[in-house]
Design a protein around this ligand. Structure first.
Ligand code: SF4
Ligand code: SF4
Length: 461
């Protein structure tokens, strides 16, 4: 099925229809978020499905991304011939956009404004069209999209990967269509793109930067690429020279992106619990600030950049001392930072899973209200008492189990990285400071999830 050239489009079209519904209701529907598709579907359902898909499969939502449907016309109508500017390499711009997105989500209560949510969706379509229409390859996915970066990093913990079945087949392959694209032998015309994120299957390792777009699967003339089950710990085992990325120990931008997402998982949940409001008031008083966005900007810069940098430098330096390593410190910190990804991902699953399981049924009254608004009395009056899919005790138990599994996975990943970096005899000593940092994050995550949280996207409070 994945070899069928319309396979991705079939997955994208339903999501495009949902995006259109969100934009329509966001612009003309009720302003109360729990009454509007734009206040419910993206913030309760989509985020819940994203983390569940990453947990049990992989980057399914990049595969089905409706924003990418505008790429084809963009590449046809616009020149699409510039190289991405060398002065904004790698992930630096994406990191800045991700921080701006996390900040604006809290500062302007995006989740509570269907109108702003609709504008974000429209902005996304426009940005994907303009960027991919001007630049070569999948520049928007690789260098800009904050949602894509979330998927790329967290899919390091996923159980499936797009990869080759037999490396020997690649060695004897002369065309390398998975990267070069497949051309019509008669006309020389490109009939199937190769990987536009510049991941060459023969040297691709792991899920980073892979949108599961299926291009390589459909381009390979030997049916040698598939979506294949794997042990997620393989992501951390060797500091391989990954195609399109290089060695993770040498990619400070990727490491910072991973840290922003790990600590962002805590900060994003922190924005929804009671103590944050007291903390904000205290900080505003101390600094003499009256603007909430300004106070939040300081909180986000401290929580997503300054504090993570301080903590990982401490962990890396202690690891360095304990192992008496002579290696440079920065590559060591970069590599170990990725070991924290499974725990950060577990926190995203616990948090977004909480909103999903407490609000999934809200889609029923929203659909009823929408149909009544457009004059179709098919499903009756909105049943606003519907919200939770599971009981609170069940949700609490799931959160606890997910966080514990995340801690275990991070401890295993950290040990694997340490063994590969320092050798088996010094592996435990090298991993110890990172295990302590993971434990601190785990305690913070449990404390946050134990706080009463705002019931965003539902009528509950
Ligand atoms: S994945 Fe397919 S096209 Fe790419 S090198 Fe291997 S055999 Fe050739
Ligand atoms: S073409 Fe590239 S991005 Fe798409 S699935 Fe293959 S490796 Fe991943």
């Amino acid at each position: 099925m994945l070899n069928w050239k319309h396979a991705r489009t079939v997955i994208q079209l339903p999501l495009l229809a949902i995006a259109a519904l969100i934009v329509l209701d966001g612009f003309i529907g009720p302003s109360n978020a729990p009454d509007n598709f734009a206040g419910v579907l993206p913030w309760v359902h989509w985020r819940g499905f994203v983390v569940l898909a990453l947990l049990v499969f992989g980057n399914l939502f990049c595969m089905g991304c409706p924003f990418m449907l505008v790429r084809r016309p963009a590449k046809r109508w616009l020149p699409a011939r510039w190289n991405w500017p060398a002065w904004i390499p790698g992930k630096w711009l994406a990191i800045a956009l991700l921080i701006v997105f996390f900040w604006s989500y809290e500062a302007f209560d995006l989740w509570a404004s269907p109108w702003w949510t609709a504008w974000v969706a429209v902005g996304y379509f426009g940005a994907a069209f303009a960027v991919d229409g001007l630049f070569k390859g999948a520049a928007f996915c690789k260098h800009l999209c904050p949602i894509g970066q979330f998927h790329f990093v967290n899919s390091m913990a996923s159980p499936f990967e797009v990869k080759v079945r037999e490396y020997t087949t690649c060695q004897s392959c002369t065309t390398k269509d998975c990267i070069a694209g497949r051309h019509d032998p008669a006309t020389g015309r490109l009939v199937q793109s190769g990987c536009e994120l510049y991941l060459f299957q023969q040297r691709k390792a792991g899920n980073l930067d892979c949108t599961f777009c299926l291009d390589c699967i459909q381009a390979c003339p030997h049916d040698n690429v598939g979506i294949i089950a794997r042990n997620p710990l393989d992501e951390f085992r060797r500091d391989a020279n990954r195609s399109g990325i290089g060695k993770l120990s040498e990619r400070l931008d990727y490491a910072l992106l991973a840290l922003v997402l790990v600590f962002g998982s805590l900060l994003n949940a922190f924005g929804m619990v009671g103590p944050v409001f007291r903390f904000e008031r205290w900080l505003a008083g101390v600094l003499g600030l009256e603007s909430e966005p300004a106070v939040l900007a300081l909180v986000f810069i401290a929580g997503l950049v300054v504090m993570p940098a301080g903590l990982v430098v401490c962990a890396g330096w202690t690891s360095h001392l304990l192992t008496r390593s002579t290696r440079p410190l920065l590559p060591l910190i970069s590599r170990f930072s990725f070991g924290l990804v499974p725990l950060g991902f577990a926190m995203w699953v616990a948090h977004y899973g909480f909103h999903f399981f407490t609000g999934a049924l809200t889609v029923v009254p929203v659909t009823q209200a929408f149909l009544l608004d457009i004059g179709i009395d098919l499903l009756g009056e909105p049943r606003r008492e519907l919200a939770a899919l599971l009981s609170q005790s069940m949700i609490d138990m799931i959160e606890l189990i997910v966080l514990q599994l995340g801690l275990l996975a991070t401890l295993a990943a950290t040990y694997v990285i340490s063994r590969d970096t320092f050798g088996r005899p010094r592996a435990l000593r090298g991993a110890l400071p990172w295990a302590v940092l993971a434990l601190l994050i785990f305690i913070a995550a449990n404390w946050l999830m134990a706080q009463p949280m705002e019931m965003r996207g539902t009528f509950l409070s």
